[in-house]
Every structure is written in structure tokens, then in C-alpha cells.
Design a protein around this ligand. Structure first.
Ligand code: FAD
Ligand code: EPU
Length: 345
């Protein structure tokens, strides 16, 4: 199927060999609207994709997949900040490099996250102590039914951990077409995570943080160009303080992160690792040896291999810790998104 012009293999970082009935690259909002309109007229499902780095295609898609390549970066400034207005189809990491090169700091902790700028608000991408919500100013969405663009302020995006209004109210019938970022001119380095704590706060530069983040990421996370994967397969679970304390009484070294609302975030990778699952395989899918939260396409994995492996991981962690992991990756069936927990339960 991979030689097929309708193959999705090169449009998803898991490199799952699924097909779509039609794949269209869209470069303008007008082309996007037209692709959606045609899918409606022919009564076919419609899916907008960035770089496919957070999706699992469960089967062949029986509709139109539009690949978002809306480009363009506009920069303005005032005394306090730089304001970037970015087309949703720009590559995220290229934006981080562009901003550093031009002296706009604030994105360096988010280096090397795959995917498009327009996808970043959907799960409020985050890494190494920074989440998108800290720098997001607004998101522009196209209402596909009315053809109108709606300007959504950061406050209205309802950002949470791997969550936003774009997974809820704006999930169907809307396309993110641009993202606005606000980067403060007074730089405040974030050096709370991993090797960043070893940098010298007196002399640290954005480039040093960028380099350190890239190095840490390359040591743990597989490059999708080489080994198919979608980053963290599961979200880090949020549990009650009581449940965290119960587990910690048996496992005193368990990483735990207290949240403002009193809940505790646990490290799913640690929980999986404690079940001795690094390297564990199901068909062509395996648990990554350097980071247990990542499922890799080790050898021509099918979606069913990945689903079966995810099921096993969830059961093993659930049986040991009574913590039930939920996928971060979005599951796409023949006609649209499916409830990922339901699929692997
Ligand atoms: P896609 O996978 O193409 O799409 C994701 C979902 O959003 C789909 O449901 C799609 O239909 C929808 N969608 C896409 N574009 C639009 C749009 N314009 N409008 C409306 N809906 C849209 N994430 C993190 O947060 N932090 C990390 O550190 C991180 N590390 C990663 C490392 C690796 C190696 C990989 C492979 C992934 C990692 N991820 C991480 C996950 C992923 O990079 C992010 O979720 C990214 O934002 C997805 O972008 P994408 O363009 O590939 O989205
Ligand atoms: N750990 C283990 N064994 C493992 C993996 C992790 O013991 O196999 C432990 C680590 O030692 C550490 C803790 O678990 O104490 C957390 O691990 P890590 O720092 O690698 O981060 P993570 O919680 O596994 C999250 C994000 C990543 C993001 C990193 C860095 C989620 C679901 N994942 O991973 O995001 O890059 O933090 O900030 O929140 C993604 O979303 O796709 C993603 C890669």
C-alpha cells in the first residue's frame, strides 16, 4: 500500500501503513474550506492533519485527509514583547530555531517537539518545564460550516495538562489556521527540569537551554525518521494525594509532582518501567528501551500490534498500581476519531 498515492504511511510518524480515500495538501484557508466543502457534498468524513505525530490510524480512513500546510510568520513588537502570528502549517521546531536565530527567546525549552504550530495548542504541548499556554496569546480557528474565522484568546482556550478547548467544543467542524505567541523581552530562563538544573543561572543563554534540551531528548526519544513512534503514548496520570501516598509508601523512590489543585501527577514511564516492560514486544510493536512511555514501531507494526501492546501495558500497570493509563495519542478509525481508552481497555 505504501506506493499508493493515497497511502498515509509518510503522513503519520508511527509509519502505519493505512490509506485514505483521498489526501489533499492545503496551503491556504480557501483551499482548506474547499476541501471540507467537497467532503460534505460527497458525504465523506474529513480529517485535518498536521504532521501526524500524535495519531494512530486504526484502519484505512474512508474519507478525505487534508494535510495542513498554511505557512507564514509575521512578527510585531512593543516595548515589552515580541508578537508572532504563525500559520498553522509551519513546523514547530523550525519556528523554535527561527525565533532563537532572531533573538526572540522563550521557546527554547520546547525544542524538537515534532508537528505543526497549529497542532500545538490542541494538547497544549509541553516539555522541560514549559507549556504552550505560558506563551500563547490567541488561536485563530476557521469555522468550516460558516467560513468565518474566530479569534480565541488564550484564556478562552481553557488550557490544561495535555488539554484545551480544541479537544472539546472546537473539536469538530473547526480548523486551527493560525497561532499567536507573545514572547516577553525580559527573558526568564526555565531551568527546573533534568540536566537544565546543572546550567549556571548567572551565565545561561537561550541557546544553551536549546542545546541541552535537544541533547536530553535525543538520548531518550526515538527519531521518527528512523523508528516510528508518536512520543509519549500515554498521558501522565493524575491521582489523588491519598492514592499517591499509598503507592509511595511501598515505592519511596516514585517520582511525583504535586499540582495546584491538590492532585498528584505520576510518571507513567516510571510506572511502566516498574512492571519490567522495557523492550516488551507484541508483534512489530515494542516498548522503547530508553523511555518506557514510548511505544515504537520496531518492525512493520500494524495498528493492532500497537493496540494489543497498549492494552497489555495498561493492564499490567493497573494490576500493580491500580492506576489506569489513558492514551495521549489520538486514535483514528475508518470514519473519524475513536475513544482511545475504549479501544485499549
Ligand atoms: P497531528 O498528529 O497531525 O494531529 C493531532 C490531532 O490534532 C489530530 O486529531 C488532528 O486531526 C488534529 N489537528 C491537527 N491539526 C489541526 C488543525 N490545524 N486544526 C484542528 N485540528 C487539527 N508532545 C508534547 O506535548 N511534548 C513533547 O515533548 C512531545 N514530544 C514528542 C516526541 C516525539 C518523538 C513525537 C513523535 C511526538 C511528541 N509529542 C510531544 C507529540 C506531538 O509532537 C504533539 O502532539 C504535536 O503537537 C502534534 O502535532 P502534529 O502536527 O503532528 O499533529
Ligand atoms: N522514568 C523511568 N523510566 C522510564 C521513563 C521515565 O523511571 O522508562 C522516570 C524518569 O526517570 C523521571 C520520570 O519518570 O523521573 C519522568 O520521565 P521523563 O522526564 O522522561 O518525562 P515523562 O514524564 O516520561 C513528559 C512528557 C514528554 C516530555 C517530557 C519532558 C507526557 C505524557 N510526556 O514525559 O512529552 O517531553 O515530560 O518534559 O507528559 C509527549 O507528550 O509526547 C512527550 C514526549
Amino acid at each position: 500500500m505504501s506506493g499508493d498515492i493515497n497511502s498515509l504511511k509518510s503522513f503519520n510518524t508511527f509509519a502505519i501503513d493505512a490509506s485514505a480515500q483521498q489526501i489533499i495538501i492545503v496551503e491556504t484557508a480557501a483551499e482548506l474550506s474547499q476541501a471540507w466543502q467537497e467532503s460534505q457534498e460527497t458525504q465523506r468524513p474529513f480529517l485535518l492533519l498536521g504532521e501526524g505525530s500524535n495519531v494512530l490510524f486504526l484502519e484505512n480512513y474512508t474519507g478525505v485527509v487534508a494535510i495542513n500546510r498554511l505557512k507564514g510568520i509575521k512578527v510585531t513588537e512593543d516595548d515589552d514583547a515580541w508578537y508572532l502570528h504563525i500559520g498553522a502549517g509551519e513546523n514547530w521546531h523550525a519556528l523554535v530555531e527561527y525565533s532563537l536565530k532572531n533573538g526572540f527567546s522563550g521557546l527554547e525549552n520546547l525544542a524538537l517537539i515534532p508537528g505543526c504550530v497549529g497542532s500545538a495548542p490542541i494538547q497544549n504541548i509541553g516539555a522541560y518545564g514549559v507549556e504552550l499556554d505560558q506563551i500563547c496569546n490567541y488561536v485563530d480557528v476557521l469555522n468550516l460550516r460558516s467560513g468565518e474565522t474566530e479569534h480565541i484568546s488564550a484564556a478562552a482556550c481553557q488550557f490544561g495538562y495535555r488539554d484545551s478547548v480544541f479537544k472539546h467544543h472546537y473539536r469538530e467542524g473547526y480548523a486551527i489556521v493560525a497561532v499567536g505567541l507573545r514572547l516577553n523581552k525580559i527573558w526568564q530562563p526555565v531551568m527546573t527540569y533534568g540536566d537544565l538544573t546543572k546550567l549556571d543561572p548567572a551565565t545561561v543563554t537561550p541557546q544553551e537551554i536549546f542545546d541541552s534540551v535537544c541533547q536530553m531528548r535525543r538520548s531518550k526519544l526515538p527519531d521518527p525518521q528512523v523508528t516510528g513512534n508518536a512520543g509519549s503514548f500515554f498521558k501522565n496520570p493524575l491521582v489523588s494525594a491519598e492514592q499517591a501516598a499509598t503507592i509511595a509508601s511501598e515505592f519511596p523512590n516514585m517520582p511525583q509532582y504535586w499540582q495546584e489543585n491538590g492532585q498528584v501527577k505520576l510518571a507513567a514511564g516510571w510506572l511502566i518501567d516498574q512492571c519490567d516492560l522495557k523492550g516488551y514486544r507484541n508483534g512489530g510493536a515494542a516498548v522503547h528501551r530508553q523511555q518506557a512511555l514510548v511505544i515504537i514501531n520496531q518492525e512493520s507494526a500494524t495498528a493492532q500490534d500497537i493496540v494489543a501492546l497498549a492494552h497489555d501495558i495498561r493492564q499490567r500497570v493497573g494490576a500493580k498500581f491500580n492506576v489506569w493509563l489513558e492514551p495521549e495519542v489520538r486514535f483514528i478509525g475508518a470514519v473519524g476519531e475513536k475513544d482511545a481508552v475504549g479501544v485499549i481497555a
